[in-house]
Design a binder for this molecule. Structure first.
Ligand code: ATP
Ligand code: MG
Length: 424
């Protein structure tokens, strides 16, 4: 016997029972994006490695150790499975001059790839949806994206997500803070772990973001970036906070909140839940005014977020808000001379009228077919035997209600079925 094959570690199948919830989730996201005027964009799963190195930054978890990178042996190109989609979206926007006529609002959804240690809420193939507002400089769009997230959590019925907010200022402000921060970290070297020591000089802000409690304790009195922000940065931050206040959205300012990705500036935010253990960040975003230039475009201010679909769906399940999968409206069983063709055409007529009809496949006795009808969850079984074919009718049986079965005319099938559905 051939050896059985399994999915790659950290890359999950979403089986039909669960996929129904994913579809419902995606529909809600799609509808939300539409209501805020965001237009869908689809970029390839593979990009040149250089895109992510330049866009995400060399000294980040993603570029240092998480990317699936390989050489295309057919032509020698260095390729990477996308670890996130902002870089690809901006690459596409530059390549196709999407902001030529002014700012644009875009959204995407799909799988992302990172070589991480798989655990609950952390996978090697995972899914994100995200929105990117390209070409907008003001705090209004930062606020709009956050308001949109809040509306989405409300639609999904997720009560336990809180908002943390920070401003990481401009590059110049970060440069001045950085000098002080490195000076501070040098006095704490003995308390830093390997990652923190390595990043102390290359990306010291990330040290403040460490999840190691020893490092957190040692850096609790580190110079605060917020104290280095100038008037313009503070005004932008105030603008965001004011709009969130007006929209009635609660938040807490977390001065240690930085983003793993180097291209962020000014506003950064995370939506966090305590319900999912250590993997509690369900959505993260911020402004990245420097990214277009960094990958060869014209200076273009931009702001966006990415949300983790697996974590949000887990939260949605926790909240008991995932809708039950749709059962078909009817299960059609058939047996005898001419019954199959008759059933097929009747099913097609009902489907053309918008009904979900499962036609029994594979034969079997009426009794075993009825069992399948019952298990399908449909409220109605339609039955076609030789008798029905001869009479030009179908037998209709209510599966979830105690009502006598009835005959409906084949030539008035849709009307008869609609009337019966009202009785279910
Ligand atoms: P973390 O600190 O958890 O590693 P991150 O900073 O790497 O997160 P982002 O790159 O900001 O995460 O991605 C945005 C969101 O995507 C996260 O908040 C999370 O919900 C989700 N996410 C990121 N990595 C994974 C993963 N490996 N598996 C599942 N979801 C993920
Ligand atoms: Mg990560």
């Amino acid at each position: 016997m051939a050896a059985t094959l399994q999915a790659i570690r950290g890359m999950n199948d979403v089986l039909p029972d669960e996929a129904a919830g994913w579809l419902a989730f995606e529909e809600i996201v799609r509808d939300c994006m539409h209501r805020y005027g965001y237009r869908n964009i689809r970029t390839p799963l593979l990009e040149q490695t250089g895109l992510f190195r330049r866009a995400i930054g060399e000294v980040t978890d993603i570029v240092e150790k998480e990317m699936y990178t390989f050489t295309d042996e057919l032509n020698g190109e260095q390729l990477t499975l996308r670890p996130e989609a902002t870089a690809s979206t901006v690459r596409a926007a530059i390549e196709h001059s999407l902001t030529y006529n002014g700012p644009v609002r875009l959204w995407y959804a799909g799988p992302m790839y990172r070589h991480e240690r798989p655990q609950k809420g952390r996978y090697r193939q995972f899914h994100q949806f995200g929105a990117e507002a390209l070409g907008f400089a003001g705090p209004d769009l930062d606020a709009e994206l956050i308001v949109m997230c809040a509306a989405l959590w409300k639609t999904l019925g997720l009560g336990d997500v809180r908002l943390e907010l920070n401003s990481i200022g401009s590059q110049e402000e970060r440069a001045r803070h950085r000098v002080e921060l490195i000076r501070f970290l040098e006095t704490k070297v003995e308390a830093l772990d390997g990652d923190a020591k390595r990043r102390m000089h290359s990306n010291p802000l990330r040290v403040l973001d460490s999840k190691n409690p020893v490092v957190q304790e040692a850096t609790k009195d580190a110079p605060v970036l917020m104290d280095f922000l100038g008037e313009a940065s503070l005004a932008h931050f105030d603008g965001v906070k004011k709009l969130l206040g007006a929209a009635g959205i609660g938040f807490s300012v977390n001065p240690r909140l930085v983003r793993g990705l180097d291209y962020y500036n000014l506003t950064v935010f995370e939506w966090i839940t305590d319900k999912l253990g250590a993997q509690g960040t369900v959505c993260a975003g911020g402004r990245y005014d420097g990214l277009f230039e960094q990958i060869g475009g014209k200076p273009t201010p931009a702001v966006g977020f990415a949300a983790g679909i697996e974590r949000l769906i887990a939260l949605w399940q926790d909240a008991g808000r995932v809708p039950a999968p749709h059962a078909p409206q009817a299960y059609l069983i058939h047996q005898g001379e001419g019954a199959l063709e008759y059933a097929l055409l009747a099913a097609e007529a009902l489907r053309a009228a918008g009904h979900a009809v499962v036609q029994h496949g594979g034969g079997g006795s009426f009794k075993s077919q009825m069992k399948k009808a019952d298990a399908s969850g449909a409220p109605i079984a339609l039955i076609v035997g030789e008798d029905e074919v001869r009479a030009g009718e179908l037998t209709l049986k209510y599966l979830r209600r105690d009502r006598p079965q009835a005959r409906i005319r084949r030539d008035g099938l849709v009307a008869g079925f609609n009337a019966a559905l009202k009785e279910t």
